[in-house]
Design a protein around this ligand. Structure first.
Ligand SMILES: C[S@@+](CC[C@H](N)C(=O)[O-])C[C@H]1O[C@@H](n2cnc3c(N)ncnc32)[C@H](O)[C@@H]1O
Length: 236
């Protein structure tokens, strides 16, 4: 089975022995590959639609050799049973949709997760920091001229607002309060070529938004600070 670099990066964040919940699995390549490596103990594989779920079934039948898995039609966490997983992956969707899925999950979503937004990572970071999650790690990877970010996320023990829970954080790179630049660059900022490219693309996108802000006569101080910071990180 050949996994994309994007899914290989997600896979690297799934802990050994996890009982995985893969929301929006589509083809079930992630859980199948994790079963083949003996990384996970079980998998709950979900999707909104029957088509993707039947693709998942075919893939899992070929990869699992009797390993325990279940397939569910579910909108986000709606139909899943909290007793059946201890780690979730929500990957390959827009950042705002991922935030909505976590928000709709309530207590069922207060678990460690690997999140991979295809767009709007800034919106997802804001949601997580404002709603009692810490971003423990961000890993960046490149494929076909795109840069992907994969986040390892954990709920603060007390829940609630990340600012209030600041002292409870044990993560490597997350701290509060966050700045406007943190929303676009994250707080982890690894010293890698992939992050340097992510920073460069972030700067270029911000430069386009800056033009619009200038035309509208808005305050451009935050976006100018973002561009300066992003360009600094874009050179290794
Ligand atoms: C682009 S695929 C990503 C597949 C896989 N997770 C990956 O990263 O390669 C997105 C999948 O999410 C499913 N999806 C979208 N919204 C969903 C929701 N609210 N709950 C569950 N699945 C959802 C779609 O049906 C689709 O199969």
């Amino acid at each position: 089975m050949i996994l994309s670099k994007r899914l290989l990066t997600v896979k690297s964040l799934v802990p050994h022995g996890a009982r995985l919940l893969d929301i929006g699995s589509d083809h079930a390549l992630l859980p199948s590959s994790l079963f083949l490596d003996d990384t996970i103990r079980s998998a709950v594989v979900t999707d909104l639609k029957t088509g993707p779920l039947s693709r998942s079934r075919t893939q899992l039948e070929a990869a699992c050799f009797g390993a325990p898995y279940s397939l569910l039609i579910s909108d986000g966490f709606e139909a899943v049973d909290r007793d059946n997983y201890d780690f979730a992956a929500i990957c390959g969707m827009g950042g705002e949709l991922i935030a909505r899925i976590i928000n709709g999950g309530g207590d069922k979503a207060r678990i460690p997760m690997a999140l991979q937004p295809m767009t709007a990572a800034d919106k997802l970071r804001a949601y997580l920091w404002d709603n009692g999650f810490s971003i423990e790690k961000e890993v960046f990877t490149t494929e076909d001229a795109r840069v992907y970010v994969v986040m390892l996320v954990k709920p603060y023990p007390s829940g609630g607002n990340s600012r209030a829970s600041e002292r409870l954080s044990s993560c490597e790179c997350s701290h509060s309060p966050y700045s406007y630049s943190d929303l676009y660059l994250g707080q982890c900022r690894p010293d890698t070529e992939e992050f340097a490219l992510y920073a460069l693309k972030t700067a270029r996108a911000a430069e386009k938004r800056l033009i619009g802000q200038r035309v509208r006569g808005e305050d451009t101080s935050k976006i100018e600070a973002l561009i300066e910071e992003a360009l600094r990180f874009s050179v290794l």
